[in-house]
Each structure stands twice: as C-alpha cells, then as structure tokens.
Design a binder for this molecule. Structure first.
Ligand SMILES: NC(=O)C1=CN([C@@H]2O[C@H](COP(=O)(O)OP(=O)(O)OC[C@H]3O[C@@H](n4cnc5c(N)ncnc54)[C@H](OP(=O)(O)O)[C@@H]3O)[C@@H](O)[C@H]2O)[C@@H](O)CC1
Ligand SMILES: [K+]
Length: 517
C-alpha cells in the first residue's frame, strides 16, 4: 500500500474539568470518514468505555463527546501529521506531534493513557519531556489487536480510569429546574430528542441489568446477559439480534417486556427503551393510548415513530381492552412504567392510565420486575405525594438528577431503588439553573442525603447513592402532631422491620398513603 500524507483534522475533546488524557496515534481512514475518533465500526473503544462506566454504548458523535466530558476524559491523538499506509501504525513515518499544551494548559491533567503501543512510543519520544506527565500504555481496541478479548480490554481500561472517575454527590433539582436544565442543554446544541434517546436506552439497560442480577441471584449461577454476550464478554450492543434469529436456548433466556407508554414525553422514554430491548432480542410489547402518528408531544412523537418502524406492528397495542392488557401483562417478566413522569399532577390518575397502573401493580405482585422511567406514574416528582392509584416500582431510573419527590418519606414504597441515569453533561449548566431555582437544588443538601444513603451501604456501582428508605429523623416537624392514621402506621410498623434491610416493607398498605402530605 502507498503511504498517504495525513493531517489531523478532528478537534480534540476536553474542557477545564478534564482529568485524564487519552491519546491514539492518528485517526484511521474510517475515523476520518466518520469525522470522529475511533469511528471504525469494529473498533471496540466506545464499547469498552461504555462497559467501564456501565452505560449504554454511545450512538452519535454528540453522545460520545458527552460521555467523555461527563467522565472527565480528554481525547486526542499524539500526531498532528504523518505519512501512513491505511490504518497501519507500524507504517507511520515523517511524524509531527500535536501541540498538547492546549489540553495541559486548560485542564489539570493527572494521567495520560495511550490507546496502543505505537501511541505510547510516540508520546514518549515527542511529548513526555515537554509536559512532564508520564504515559501508561493500554492495549489497543483496534480490530487489528484481535488477541485482546473485549472483557480483557474492559478490565484494563477500568483499572486505568477508575482512580480518576469523578465522585460527585447526586444533586436534587426541582421539576421547574429540571425543565430549565433540559432547555439549557438543548440551547447548547444537544436536541431534546437526543436526550430522550439516551434516557430510553439508559432505562432499558438498567431494567435488563436489574433483571439479570435478580435472576442470577435467584439461580446462584451466571446467566448470559444477552444473546451475543457469552464467554463473560460484555454485551455486544453494536451487533443487534432479533428473537427470531436466535437459537431456542437464547430465546428462552431473554425476558418478555411490557412497556407502558403514556402520550407525553415520559412515554417517549418508553418507546426508545422498547426499541433498544427489541434490538437486544427481547420480546417486547408496547401499550399506548395513541398510535405513534397521533402522539402530539415532542420529542415523544419522533421517538415513537422511530421505534414503531423497528417493532413488529403486532407488538404495539393501542388502548387495549382490559382482557388484552391483562393477557399482555401476564406474559411480562419486566414491566417498564413510562406512563407519567414529571408532567404528572393531581390526586387521581385518569383513565386509561389508572387501570394500567392497577393491572401492572397486580402483575408485579405476582413476580414481574417493575421499572419506572424517571418517577413512578402517579407519584408527584416534586412533592412525593402518591395519587390514586400509583405505580409501585422495584427500581426507578431517574434522568440526570434526583427530584425532590423521590427522596420524601414513604416515596421508597413506590420508587424502590432509585438510580440516576447520567444522560447529559450537566455541570456547565448547573450554576445558571441553581441560581434561577432557589434553594431546592443545592448540592450541600444532597451531600447529606447521599451521605446518609452511603452510611447504610446503598451506594451503587456507579458511585451514585441508591436512595433507600429515609431515616426516621427525616420526618417533617408538622407530622409530629397527633394523627390517627399516623399513630396506627407507626404502631403497626413496629414489628422489627429495618427499613435499611433488603426486606420489602410488608405489609405495604401502611405506605399506600403518605401521612405527611
Ligand atoms: N423534555 C425532554 O426533552 C425530555 C423529557 N424526558 C421525559 O419526559 C418526561 C416529562 O414529559 P412531559 O413534560 O411531556 O410530561 P409527562 O410526564 O409525560 O406527563 C404528561 C402527560 O401526563 C398526563 N397527565 C397529567 N396529569 C394526569 C393525571 N392526573 N391523570 C392522567 N394523566 C395525566 C398528560 O395528559 P393530558 O393532560 O395531556 O391529557 C400528559 O399526557 C420526564 O419525566 C422524562 O421522563 C426525558 O426523556 C429527557 C428529555
Ligand atoms: K413513569
């Protein structure tokens, strides 16, 4: 092959919060064509980073930039220009380095990692003396490095990056602040439709992971996390499969999922989740009050149309009759509740959603895993007040930040565990959003909340505090006044139940109504 002279033409990714710099040699022809780093579909770089941080594989360049900035990773290459044959690092001649001082002067870079041996050698030759930070060479994620298995790459990258991962306390924003945050993110160039895709994909991934973790715990043996992920390899998201083309044994291993979608944007999260789960080979049924083309809310309308084009028409039930709904739910291993989110208000949930929630709660009581999108339907994300009826979830995947209603006393009976899906790099927007919104979104408040959760061992694998039952000292003073319902609840609750244990708070009717509301 004849060498080509190549000038680096992709902008580095970094900002003042970056803590780690990752460097390759020079973008390959596929990356140059894609206009971003590690653009060859067989290159495992993005799959490895997603697995390291336990999040869905980023789809777009914008998703990739967001992941890097959010995780404090600066990304560039050692070389500004060189002569190279295709993507062969061994053929590099006439090499000239990039001016990395752009990154070192803007950010407090604490570690440099080369994504392959050649990049490490070039850094040592051209850069190490100038910048004074030594470089650790990681195995290449290129398909040319075929001997490195995906699982081994993930381990190596995890060990390298984990010490530098940001460990910030989860933050609570009021619902108006969350809306302001979404708008600020949109104004800075990430459309709401992109946020919704990330939200739905994170929701689906959390639901599948939780299902597999519970199944594994119950069978005490490892279960394949998806149809293509055997040999302890993390799931290969870039190789979607459908249930139809899987061997019988794999089809049996995949959960049947019912996704309940409302007609607002919470429903949009559900449509994206349904599409993701179907791509992963799950049997998916979407319950919706309207056909995708009749959904008015944006970006939910766009998300529903996109998902419906990937799903079989038979898997979409529009305002099903009660019996049809019950039949669909009877088959569900996982129920995704994407009926109502932060837009919900009121003391009662109107039909058909009320009937859907009751049917879903009944199915959950028989063993299905219920996962709520953003907030359980019927629970006020702002006040934590539960309407009649209210969805009871085993896990709530809430987008970007906590909302006040998720941490109120008794909300846990509806939310289950709460996990934050970090779907956007929110730090640059927080000062503005917090300034606008008064005291309800202070990080200090959250430090206390999170410290309490951590003290009880509730921190999840992402370093986020999984919110468990509030401690008794969280009772608002007003609630101390005598109240028959409250006294009965306290008396009946005095049965040795430890709210920080894994035991479910039985009998649940105690928590049907929030006595503080
Ligand atoms: N914005 C974005 O880009 C992003 C948003 N995201 C997601 O969007 C969610 C917020 O979406 P949203 O604002 O559309 O509100 P949402 O929770 O779907 O509720 C509206 C629906 O509720 C209904 N409804 C209300 N009260 C009711 C009652 N009592 N009983 C029955 N129904 C009632 C109301 O019905 P209507 O009044 O129109 O008849 C309407 O249909 C948020 O939680 C997050 O999940 C993320 O993906 C990130 C990107
Ligand atoms: K919901």
């Amino acid at each position: 092959m004849i060498p080509t002279h190549v000038d680096h033409a992709i902008d580095p990714v970094f900002d003042e919060h970056s803590r780690v710099l990752m460097l390759g040699t020079m973008p390959s022809p596929a990356s140059r064509a894609a206009g971003f780093f590690y653009g060859h579909p067989q290159n495992r770089f993005w799959r490895v980073l997603a697995a390291v941080f336990d999040e869905p594989v980023p789809e777009s360049i914008e998703d990739k930039r967001d992941l890097l900035l959010r995780r404090r990773i600066a990304l560039w290459d050692v070389l500004a220009s060189c002569d190279i044959e295709g993507a062969s690092d061994a053929s590099i001649r006439n090499a000239h380095p990039n001016d990395l001082s752009r990154v070192f002067e803007a950010a407090d870079i604490q570690a440099v990692f080369a994504t392959g041996a050649k990049a490490g050698q070039l850094y040592a030759r051209f850069c190490q003396k100038a910048y004074g930070v030594p470089c650790v060479t990681l195995p290449s994620t290129s398909p040319a490095n075929a001997k490195a298995r995906l699982g081994d790459l993930v381990e190596a990258y995890r060990a390298a990056l984990a010490p530098y991962a940001p460990r910030e306390e989860p933050i609570t924003l009021s619902v108006p602040q969350v809306v302001a945050l979404e708008q600020a993110i949109a104004a800075s160039g990430t459309p709401l439709s992109a946020l919704m895709r990330r939200a739905g994909r994170a929701l689906a991934k959390c639901a599948l992971d939780e299902f597999e973790a519970r199944r594994e715990a119950s069978t005490k043996r490892p279960v394949r996390s998806n149809a293509t992920g055997g040999n302890n390899e993390p799931p290969a998201e870039t190789a979607p499969s459908t249930a139809a083309n899987l061997p019988e044994a794999d089809r049996r291993a995949l959960p049947h999922v019912v996704v309940l979608c409302g007609s607002g944007n919470n429903g949009g999260d559900g449509w994206v989740a349904a599409e993701y789960l179907a791509q992963r080979g799950c049997d998916v049924c979407v319950i919706t009050p309207r056909a995708p083309e009749d959904i008015d809310a944006e970006p939910a309308h766009e998300a529903a149309l996109h998902a419906a084009a990937q799903l079989s028409p038979a898997s979409i039930l529009v305002t099903p009759a009660h019996r049809e709904l019950a039949q669909a739910l009877d088959a569900a291993d996982i129920i995704i509740d994407a009926i109502l989110g932060t837009g919900f208000s009121g003391n009662t949930v109107r039909e058909p959603y009320g009937a859907w929630i009751e049917a879903a709660n009944a199915r959950r009581a028989k063993g299905a895993l219920a996962v709520a999108a953003d907030v359980p339907s019927g629970l006020s994300a702002q006040t934590g007040k539960a309407a009649e009826p209210c969805m009871k979830a085993d896990l709530t995947v809430t987008m970007m930040t906590l909302k006040p209603g998720l941490s109120t006393p008794y909300a846990f009976a509806f939310c289950g565990d709460v996990r934050i899906a970090p779907i956007a790099y929110i730090e640059p927007h927080l000062p503005h959003v917090l300034e606008e919104g008064g005291a309800s979104g202070r990080r200090a408040e959250n430090s206390q909340r999170s410290a309490s959760a951590k003290a009880h061992g509730c921190e999840n694998a992402n370093g986020h505090a999984a919110i468990k039952p509030a401690s008794p000292d969280c009772k608002p003073a007003a609630a101390q006044k005598a109240n028959a319902e409250f006294i009965r609840a306290e008396a009946e609750d005095d049965d040795g139940y430890d709210p920080y244990s894994d035991r479910r708070p039985e009998p649940e009717p105690l928590f049907e109504r929030d006595p503080w509301a």
